[in-house]
Design a binder for this molecule. Structure first.
Ligand code: HEM
Length: 261
């Protein structure tokens, strides 16, 4: 075994186009755009894997390792947000020089991003139906659509840690959005006051929530500075559509309790 075989360098380098010895007509800026998106898809893959692991560890009541894995998730998320700086070196005119070639392509169609949303509790049947039946993406999304979310795993974990989590929350419809619950807020306040181990875990979930919101904010700002009020290639209203989800929390209870502490 050697380095290039181990990480499949040849296959990896054949996936971009646009560099000197390449026959494709892709220019510098478009090549950068493709590389950045490919790197994102790899990070999405890694994040999904790590988040599944966090859920498994919570199910096994392994608080220490679930926090350790969450820390890794958060570190990846920070790197992902920072990567937007690279695309922001591209001016609106540079982007426009190849935008037509995207046709209807858009990050909007990233099934891995949707999988991330699903595991974090942002699910939509409409989103699911956009992917062809039987495709890899559709199969993966269907599985996550019906599966409990990270928040559900956390609530069941709290029950096993001795908290009086109501049955209505434990048995909630895992497809529905996570709604704020005064019962859970009462429990979380108790956790913060009396249970440092699990208070830490709550803080990591807040970090995750804030990190996703940070990504959405930075992405929409990049979109505003690059295409302004133009519509998206994916068919949405563009920045106006993206702004709707900025600042929307994943775990509302963890934010609601701040003023009560
Ligand atoms: C110059 C760079 C970029 C521009 C102008 C841009 C533009 C847009 C626009 C306008 C949308 C709305 C959907 C539509 O296309 O109608 C969108 C959605 C999206 N983009 Fe980007 N994008 C850029 C870079 C990126 C990068 C690097 C990623 C990383 C994978 C990404 C991932 C996404 C995702 C996941 C969505 C769906 C968000 C949602 O539905 O809430 N975008 N983008």
């Amino acid at each position: 075994m050697n380095y290039w075989e181990y990480i499949h360098v040849e296959e990896l380098l054949a996936l971009q186009g646009g560099f000197d010895d390449d026959e494709s007509k892709v220019g510098n800026d478009e090549a950068l755009f493709i590389v950045v998106h490919q790197v994102y898809e790899l990070w999405f893959k890694e994040l999904l894997h790590e988040l599944d692991r966090v859920i498994q560890l919570l199910e096994a009541d392994d608080s220490h390792r679930s926090q350790h894995t969450l820390k890794r998730v958060l570190t990846i998320l920070k790197v992902m947000v920072a990567q937007l700086d690279i695309l922001e070196t591209m001016t609106p005119l540079e982007f426009l020089s190849f935008r037509e070639r995207l046709d209807a392509a858009s990050g909007f169609q990233s099934d891995q991003f949707r999988q991330l949303e699903f595991v974090l509790g942002v699910k939509s049947e409409q989103t699911l139906r956009r992917f062809a039946e039987g495709s890899r993406a559709r199969v993966a999304l269907e599985r996550r659509y019906r599966a409990p979310t990270l928040w559900d795993a956390f609530l069941h974990y709290l029950l096993r840690e001795g908290y009086d989590v109501p049955q209505s929350c434990l048995g909630r419809d895992v497809i529905a959005a996570v709604e704020p619950s005064p019962d859970i807020q009462r429990i979380v306040v108790d956790v913060y006051r009396r249970d440092p181990k699990n208070a830490e875990l709550c803080e990591r979930l807040v970090d995750l929530d804030e990190g996703i919101q940070e990504w959405r904010y930075r992405h929409v700002k990049m979109v505003e500075r690059t295409i302004g009020t133009r519509r998206g290639t994916g068919g949405s209203a563009g920045a106006a559509y993206l702004r709707e989800s900025v600042g929307r929390p994943l775990f509302p209870d963890l934010w609601e309790i701040r003023a009560q502490l």
